[in-house]
Ligand binder design. Structure first.
Ligand code: 5GP
Length: 369
């Protein structure tokens, strides 16, 4: 088995994946053409935005604006959720924490709540793999029927079926107001019974002030939701300090950290979601060989490899592990251990953690690591 196949077959944990960034290229093109035919957009005007390979961070956010025009209706949200879960499961991701920004679109009767319900419907509509997304302790009878027991079993008709755990994070976009952020947190609390476990702060990092979201983030934490923050995607020393002082359960990226930030981060032990391809493609790190992964890894700081936006950056989690192996000289056992350690940083409950530990233990024997 070559190293690409090995990275593919290894069990993996994905903790930083944006729903609309993980959309398949083929789906983006199909939706764009369909809207072009209906005269909603002019395909030739947007073609270059979609097909461009190397995008700056600013261009990435332009692409998201276009993707949101394409995807923000209930059926499409359901469809892309299903596809994204299927794609991660196909490459042996055994636990996926999928994040998305609840969106309101009055013209089509979409509220933040109905957007999240469309996501949940997407989780429920996956048939190619068993999806575990409803926490067992929750009463899930009010909105959707729970999955029938046969769907949650590992064996179906004598065949072993793949199973993926999925939990949701609701994102606050840095363009939003304090009230809108608070609405997202309240929605997350209401949707806990459908696997919402936390809150993410994302969106264009040059937009908005951190203090705008602080009341909502504090409220989220008080109510028992987990919090992860996009942190240090642009040079903003004060914000990085303040975010670390808030002590979120995880942070994403950590690209523009200075010595004092590293010191604070390392003593805090806050796990870092590392997105290698995303960082290189958006030029938030100069090149892969100077990526902060190496320093954090050598310091044994908690970290997890993630995709960020597998569709937008044409990557997948197996590729990210292969890049780490090739660029930083990690062997198979080290990659496996890196993946296994991520179990400790997930936001789901201890029962899920135990189940995942068992999966990794049994795969460790099979894969002889
Ligand atoms: P969605 O939340 O619509 O499912 O996923 C796309 C959104 O995630 C983008 O509009 C943006 O707010 C956020 N996002 C995706 N990738 C990045 C990233 O690399 N950095 C930041 N700050 N936000 C991102």
């Amino acid at each position: 088995m070559d190293s690409a196949e090995w990275c593919l077959s290894m069990p993996k944990i994905e903790l930083h994946a944006h729903l609309n960034g993980s959309i398949r290229d083929s789906t983006v093109l199909e939706l764009t053409k369909a809207l072009g035919e209906r005269g909603v957009i002019n395909f030739s005007d947007v073609e270059h935005v979609i097909l461009k390979y190397n995008r700056s961070l600013t261009e990435v956010f332009k692409l998201f604006d276009l993707i949101h025009i394409l995807t923000t209706d209930h059926n499409t949200v359901t469809r892309i959720t299903r596809e994204v879960v299927e794609d991660f499961a196909a490459e042996n991701v055994v636990y996926l924490e999928l994040r998305t920004t609840p969106k309101r679109n009055n013209s089509i009767g979409m509220s933040k709540r109905s957007y999240v319900e469309a996501v949940v419907k997407g989780l429920k509509s996956v048939t190619s793999v068993d999806v575990d997304f409803i926490p067992p302790s929750e009463d899930s009878k009010s909105l959707f029927n729970p999955l029938p027991p046969s769907v949650t079993h590992d064996k179906c008709n004598g065949h072993v079926r793949k199973k993926i755990f999925v939990r949701l994070l609701l994102s606050i976009d840095r363009r939003e107001t304090t009230e809108a952020a608070m609405e997202t947190v309240k929605l997350a609390l209401e949707m806990r019974q459908f696997g919402v476990v936390g809150i993410d702060l994302s969106g264009n990092p040059i937009t908005g002030e951190w203090t705008t979201y602080l009341p909502a983030l504090k409220f989220a934490r008080e109510q028992g939701l987990y919090v992860t923050l996009h942190c240090g995607e642009v040079p903003n020393s004060k914000e990085i300090h303040n975010m670390l002082d808030f002590h979120p359960q995880r942070i994403g990226h950590a690209c523009f950290f200075e010595d004092e930030h590293w010191r604070k981060l390392k003593s805090s032990k806050i796990p870092v979601e590392i997105c290698l391809t995303s960082n290189v493609r958006t030029m938030t790190v100069r090149s892969i060989d100077v990526h902060h992964f190496v320093d954090l890894y050598n310091a044994k700081h908690p970290l997890v490899l993630c995709t960020d936006d597998s569709g937008v950056f044409s990557t997948c989690l197996s590729k990210e592990y292969k890049i780490a192996a090739d660029s930083f000289g990690l062997g198979r056992r080290e990659m496996f251990e890196l993946s296994r350690k991520a179990v400790e940083y997930i936001f789901a409950d201890n029962k899920v953690k135990d189940d995942l530990r068992k999966i990794f233990n049994s795969m460790a024997k099979n894969m002889e690591v």
